[in-house]
Design a protein around this ligand. Structure first.
Ligand code: A2P
Length: 334
């Protein structure tokens, strides 16, 4: 079987280091790995696959060596500039930033939901926003069965989603130090503010959830609203999701639909205090759902509590799963 070459761009970052961890856990037919960062961390030595790798500075020539796949997590600006350079050299970029997600030419992929979109790529495949991934893994099977009419998202997002700097703000904030990344202290606080504010009063993060959910579900005018909140949790995003359906549903049947959904684990036994929690979802690749109950204020609606590891399924795991599918597709074509 053919072997491939893979680059990790942003290898020293929060998601980049998790790319390495997840890659060590799966068995991809990769011959050579190349690790890149900015000039700041170039020269850093990282242990990976039982070997020591030296991180290189990312430059316009970095892809001149037959790299087949590049996992990018180095921010939007780096992706905007370097993803087209890599793609031009024949490399397929799986990009974790928001730079390309809403481009109509770029597939936005969650492998449990829309793997066939991968085939349409023109050199760049986008990994959705972390909060969107865990939501659609749960919502797609419900949409297929009951047809979603409206979604209300309220999120409780961990500091790891803001990278190393976000993580340090909570760590240092707990010792009484002032924040550097966030505009206000995060220790002992909740910030109803993730990413920049837009003219409509929403944040970019909120509009990412709205627009990306529509794109992944293939429903461009689905009614969705979102409030995204940063909470003092190190890792693992939690979401309250209120969904209204077109069709009536039976609650036990809906629970079974979720139990059978790929990548989903139902944790819902409130008599025994069982429900999903960030500290237990952290380190896992599945999305956990609980507190499943009828919304009694509408004709056909349900409330869900959805939790996942935002750095794994919300970023690194999803990207590696896309790479896995891409390689499977290439191998079928051979
Ligand atoms: P560096 O370590 O050199 O700053 P996080 O979001 O956790 O802070 O991680 C961001 C990642 O993206 C880091 O690996 C960082 O490298 C990398 N990065 C940031 N800017 C660039 C750039 N211009 N070129 C390449 N990598 C970059």
């Amino acid at each position: 079987m053919r072997k491939y070459n893979m680059a990790i761009v942003g290898a020293t970052g929060m998601v980049g280091r998790t790319f390495l961890k997840v890659l060590e856990e799966v068995n991809l037919p990769i011959e050579n790995y190349y690790l890149f960062s900015s000039s700041r961390s170039a020269g850093t030595k990282l242990q990976f696959m039982g070997k020591e790798y030296t991180v290189e500075e990312l430059t316009e020539n970095s892809f001149d060596r037959g790299i087949d796949i590049a996992l990018f997590s180095a921010g939007g600006e780096t992706s905007l500039k370097f993803a087209p350079i890599a793609a031009k050299k024949g490399c397929v970029v799986i990009d974790n930033s928001s730079a390309w997600r809403m481009d109509p030419e770029v597939p936005l992929v969650v492998p449990e939901i829309n793997p066939e979109e991968i085939r349409k790529h023109k050199g760049i495949i986008a990994n959705p926003n972390c909060s969107t991934i865990q939501a659609v893994v749960v919502l797609k099977p419900l949409h297929d069965k009951y047809v979603i009419k409206r979604i209300v998202y309220s999120t409780y997002q961990a500091v790891s989603g803001a990278g190393m700097a976000g993580y340090k703000d909570l760590e240092n904030g707990l010792k009484g130090e002032p924040p550097k990344k966030f505009p206000h202290p995060i220790a002992g606080n909740c910030l109803p503010h993730i990413d920049a504010f837009l003219p409509n009063g929403y944040t970019k993060e909120e509009m990412k959830m709205v627009n990306e959910t529509r794109k992944i579900l293939g429903e461009p005018s689905l009614r969705i609203t979102a409030t995204t909140v940063r909470v003092p949790v190190f890792n693992g995003h939690s979401e309250s999701i209120n969904v209204e359906f077109e069709k009536p549903f039976d609650l036990d049947e809906l629970r079974k639909v979720l139990e059978n959904a790929p990548g989903v684990i139902v944790q819902d036994d409130v008599q025994n205090n069982v429900y999903p929690m960030a500290i237990y979802a952290s380190g896992r690749d599945e999305t956990f759902v609980g507190r499943i109950r009828r919304d009694e204020s509408v004709e056909s609606g349900v409330n869900l509590w959805v939790v996942a590891d935002n750095i794994r399924k919300g970023a690194a795991t999803n990207a590696v799963q896309i790479a896995q599918k891409l390689i499977e597709m290439w191998n079928e074509e051979q």
